[in-house]
Ligand binder design. Structure first.
Ligand code: MN
Length: 260
């Protein structure tokens, strides 16, 4: 039996000595945080972490980056953003678990001497809990004193308004209903097409998008398939354009914040 080759972009595949050398060489350590959440009938439930992880791997092809094992689980799926918890497979963690896990991992990285960290969020609902994890870690380690910087961002942050205007003919509905729809599907098609089932693209809209949350989730704020908007307009070209913005955005951030 041949063992799979080690992928030196991944922290999990490094020896402790290789890890330590990358710390000394001031690599950027990326912690992706995703979710296990339904993404319609055409995308896997791991979409959020898979997408973030693929972006991190590509960043490691371009820059001195160590890809930390991603947090596959994320904060509770909300109906008007991710379809909610009523779908089989949507398996989330609460705020305390997420905050504590992120805080602990960041404190460990800082203890090892890592000075450049990116928390790469790939699931909208995670945001404030990631802020909290960072803030708590920062209370215990003085970032200024150790010359450390932590960025919190995610691939969606870098998609330009002009691109959204062009892709949606000026009628971008906003990020919330774009769950498992054109942007996410096109982006995955451009970075890892094997995860997309193009024969099952959803073509339904939610009957209504209330501007408030309802507990329990009524059936008419989510489609039956789980995507919150049609993904019929998905294309590789759109995906490439989205990824161009994403990697331009990371390039700009790494240049401005890390001097790369
Ligand atoms: Mn999500």
């Amino acid at each position: 039996m041949t063992l799979p080759q080690r992928d030196k972009r991944l922290a999990a595949h490094l020896t402790w000595q290789e890890f330590d050398q990358r710390v000394k060489d001031n690599y950027i350590f990326i912690l992706t945080v995703g979710a296990i959440e339904q993404h319609g009938l055409h995308l896997p439930i791991g979409f959020d972490y898979l997408m973030g992880h693929e972006v991190a791997l590509e960043l490691a092809n371009r820059y001195p980056v160590v890809v930390m094992p991603p947090l596959q689980y994320g904060y509770r799926s909300q109906a008007t953003v991710g379809g909610g918890d009523q779908f089989p497979g949507t398996t989330c963690v609460g705020a305390q678990a997420l905050i504590a896990t992120v805080r602990d991992i960041l404190e460990e990285l800082l203890r090892h001497g890592v000075r450049r960290i990116v928390v790469n969020n790939s699931h909208l609902e995670n945001h404030n809990f990631l802020v909290e994890g960072i803030e708590l870690a920062r209370r215990n380690v003085n970032l200024e004193k150790h010359g450390c910087k932590i960025l919190l961002t995610g691939w969606g942050n870098f998609v330009q308004d002009a691109t959204l205007d062009a892709l949606f003919d000026g009628k971008f509905p906003g990020w919330d209903p774009e769950h498992a729809a054109v942007i996410e599907t096109s982006a995955m098609l451009a970075i890892h097409p094997e995860y997309v089932d193009m024969s099952r693209l959803p073509d339904e809209s939610c009957p209504r998008y209330p501007k408030y949350s309802i507990f329990p989730t009524p059936p008419d704020v989510v489609t039956k398939n789980g995507a919150l908007a049609p993904a019929k307009g998905t294309s590789l070209e759109k995906g490439k354009r989205i990824l161009q913005d994403v990697f331009n955005g990371y390039a700009e951030a790494f240049k401005t914040e890390f001097g790369l």
